[in-house]
Design a protein around this ligand. Structure first.
Ligand code: ZN
Length: 306
């Protein structure tokens, strides 16, 4: 892969039951993995994606009931956008209205219609007409008719504390190109996937904060370990510190904070979510990576049933 499209977006919830209901029953995503935060096993980590957990379709949540609300501003993700079929937007508007998600038809951007709305904790989300865009996903049809289903991520909007530096990371390290006629929106396209990222210039006197109803980090796709390590070396050579290589079991990762303040991750496409449970039963049981399996009884005792 020469350009890094989105792999997943991880956000924070303080109300896991409402969160689960909204992302599955209202948005129609499938809970493909119910696990714990590998760095804080007292917290659930829920993964919502398409029917098979394809990379590029997965919005995940850490359950941190005691965390304060997210504060918008520099160093945070302002909006997360999903692709939907253009002819479904009216249907979605009615559905989101009924779910108290405050849908609003927003002005077209680059000839694409879109609806902005919020999840139950004020997380800013968007559905964008995906006409002509590459991307594969396998809709889950339990709550939303497959022809209207969300088809993975369209992109994110970043509130950068240093917009020009964020732009350099996207263009020079992650393979993004400016959209024609724009100086703040960038796109990556590769092997059947597409992502668009807008860099906002927020009021630099404020500081944003990660919290409930906000995004924790944005992950970009790399095809395999070889590409992951090559990109890690390139990022470090540019003077940006990384977490080093981390085996997340479902994928392999490297984290780094881009100069504008947002936490970025690189994540491999494989091994994937079906590596420890069958495609039919994805998300039904608490899944733990092998290195946590011998602590299962203790971990389960510390979680509320869901
Ligand atoms: Zn992640």
């Amino acid at each position: 892969m020469a350009a890094q499209t989105l792999h997943h977006v991880t956000a924070v919830t303080a109300q896991i039951e409402r969160n689960l209901k909204f992302y599955t029953e209202t948005l129609g995503l499938r809970l493909v993995k119910k696990s714990v935060n590998q760095d804080d096993v007292s917290a659930y980590h829920l993964f919502y994606a398409d029917a098979v957990g394809s990379p590029g379709t997965d919005m995940t949540f850490f359950d941190w009931p005691m965390i304060g609300s997210a504060v918008p501003g520099p160093g945070t993700v302002a909006v997360t956008s999903f692709k939907v079929p253009g002819e479904s937007l009216e249907w979605w508007e009615a559905r989101l209205l009924e779910a108290d998600a405050y849908p609003e038809l927003a002005p077209d951007e680059f000839d694409r219609s879109r609806i902005q709305f919020t999840d139950p904790e004020g997380q800013r989300l968007e559905l964008v007409d995906d006409t002509g865009l590459a991307g594969q996903s396998t809709p889950w049809s339990a709550h939303v008719p497959p022809e209207w289903a969300i088809r993975g991520f369209f992109g994110v909007e970043l509130d950068s504390a240093r917009p020009l530096m964020t732009q350099r990371v996207l263009v020079e390290l992650l393979g993004y190109r400016p959209l024609i006629g724009s100086d703040d929106t960038f796109a990556a396209q590769d092997e059947g996937s597409y992502s668009q990222i807008k860099i906002n210039h927020p009021d630099a006197r404020r500081v944003g904060r990660v919290g409930a109803g906000g995004v924790h980090h944005v992950a970009f796709r790399v095809s395999d370990d070889e590409e992951l390590l090559a990109l890690k070396a390139k990022i470090e050579a540019a003077g940006i510190q990384t977490s080093g290589y981390i085996d997340r079991f479902y994928f392999h990762s490297v984290y780094f904070r881009e100069p504008g303040g947002v936490l970025f991750e690189l994540a491999t496409d494989g091994p994937g979510f079906a590596s420890d449970e069958s495609a039919e039963t994805l998300g039904q049981h608490l899944a733990l990576p092998p290195f946590l399996e011998d602590r299962r009884a203790e971990i389960e005792a510390g979680l509320k049933p869901l």
